[in-house]
Write a protein that binds this ligand. Structure first.
Ligand code: HEM
Length: 452
């Protein structure tokens, strides 16, 4: 019988372990240690020991084969203060029931029906760029956040939030920054201490709540039938055990979760895509040609979007190099064994799609942007959701519910923008990846745009 041992520990400093090494550059820290230390290793962040895994077989074990032994890790708690018990944070039977309830709104036929609305929303925002002088510099990250925020609210809640979008955008920023700070800060003051950050967080959450409760109240009062969207589905749902509908608080939690999970990630993925295209104008040109050929000057249907073979490969390759959900965390309930190593109960296990996507044992020329790699049969096979080697949307039962929504949205935003605009990084604008809750370009993405 083989006796399992504890995973090797990354070398660190006395008392603080790997805290400073990790915090100064989390992406490089994780990638380098994953390459040097074998399949599984431990690191010490603050006083916590975290086990890092990157191998597809081990990820499959945690997210799928032995998923019953794992719940979301402590890191999600900070996000939970803002999102409550929505789909991203709930567990067990309650999560299962909510997922079953919400899933139909994300069925491919529903997404197909939303395509025109998504295109119209994106086109309306992009139209404002027509008035910009040639070579104007815009913060493309912020523009993409507005586009994806409006798309998600229009498509899922049939609500035009454009008058409130600036405020929501600011609240989201405050909430996300504070949540991240609460996750990584080694000095954790209790939540009741009214630090300036805590007070800003409470105010943003309260104002955001008001917007959402208003949305719910308005829909409840509505006498004319609506589009039968996600909000209607949530309002009409009945718990089979209690025969009651969702509480206002649960409705709020599900809505804010979809607001948040549904726009930040897609906006960052698109920002990274435009960043890579600015460095590879030949790829941008090839995409433009494909889009023009398929669209023939008209807005694209869902079916036409599926014909954008090369554009899809570019999106896949962008999500490989810059997965917005750069870490996925779980906590073990009972002791476990991963690749022969002991995992105690209550251990945080960290999976980083960023690391798995760039690991030299798994990919050829992992650091290079090569969209065509996704045309190869062998790469297409390993990039399937069940293989856990390419997991920008996670995997197993908790895989992203918005997977098809996001894919469609990204293709469509590229198809609206690329035929009409070219983008260049202004000189002296060095772009750095900032791994907060999502992986985003640090200080935004400035782009010089020109109408074609
Ligand atoms: C490029 C865009 C996106 C990326 C990279 C992404 C990534 C992810 C990942 C990795 C997870 C799994 C988290 C975990 O296992 O802990 C997840 C879950 C989730 N995502 Fe996404 N997502 C994207 C877009 C969306 C969109 C558009 C929506 C909704 C409109 C959405 C809603 C959700 C929800 C509700 C969950 C929790 C699902 C559950 O636990 O049942 N996401 N996402």
């Amino acid at each position: 019988m083989s006796v399992s041992v504890a995973p090797p520990r990354a070398k660190g400093l006395p008392i603080i372990g790997n805290t400073t090494g990790f915090m100064s550059d989390p992406l490089q820290f994780l990638l380098q240690h994953s390459c040097q230390m074998g399949r599984v290793f431990d690191m010490q962040i603050g006083s916590r020991i975290i086990t890092v895994i990157w191998h597809p077989a081990d990820i499959k074990h945690v997210l799928s084969d032995n998923a019953a032994n794992y719940v979301k890790s402590e890191g999600y708690k900070a996000v939970k203060r803002m999102l409550g018990n929505g789909l991203l944070n709930s567990e067990g039977d309650f999560w299962r029931r909510q997922r079953k309830l919400i899933q139909p709104a994300f069925h491919l036929s529903e997404i197909a029906a939303m395509t025109n609305l998504m295109t119209a929303t994106c086109s309306r925002i992009v139209k404002r760029w027509e008035h910009l002088p040639p070579g104007a510099v815009i913060d493309l990250s912020a523009e993409l956040m507005r586009i994806t925020l409006e798309i998600v609210t229009n498509a899922l809640f049939s609500t035009d939030i454009s008058p409130k979008v600036e405020r929501i955008y600011q609240y989201m920023g405050t909430l996300l920054e504070y949540a991240y700070y609460r996750i990584v800060s080694p000095l954790q003051l209790p939540e009741f201490v009214p630090t300036p950050g805590e007070l800003r967080f409470r105010k943003a959450r309260q104002e955001f709540d008001e917007i959402i409760y208003n949305l719910i109240a308005k829909r409840k009062q509505q006498t004319t039938p609506s589009r039968h969207d996600l909000l209607d589905m949530l309002l009409a749902s009945i718990d089979q055990d209690t025969q009651t509908g969702m509480t206002e608080e649960q409705l709020r939690d599900e809505i804010i979760t979809l607001f948040m999970a549904g726009h930040e990630t897609s906006a960052n993925a698109l920002a990274w895509c435009f960043y890579l295209l600015a460095q590879h104008p030949d790829v941008a040109m090839q995409m433009r040609q494909e889009i023009n050929r398929v669209a023939a000057g008209k807005p694209m249907s869902f079916e036409q979007l599926q014909a954008l073979t090369f554009t899809k490969q570019v999106v896949q390759e962008t999500l490989r190099l810059y997965p917005p959900a750069w870490v996925i965390g779980r906590k073990s309930l009972q002791p476990d064994t991963i690749a022969g190593y002991q995992i105690p109960a209550n251990r945080t296990v960290l999976i980083s799609p960023y690391v798995t996507h760039r690991h030299p044992d798994l990919w050829e020329q992992p650091e290079r942007f090569i969209p065509e790699r996704f045309a190869k049969e062998e790469v297409r096979k390993i990039a399937q959701p069940g293989k856990f080697q390419y997991l920008p949307f996670g995997g197993g039962a908790r895989m992203c519910i918005g997977y098809n929504f996001a894919q469609t949205e990204m293709l469509l935003v590229l198809a609206v923008i690329l035929p009409h605009y070219s983008m260049k990084l202004p000189s002296q604008h060095a772009v750095q990846a900032e791994p907060l809750i999502t992986l985003r370009p640090k200080k935004g993405l400035k782009m010089q745009i020109n109408r074609l």
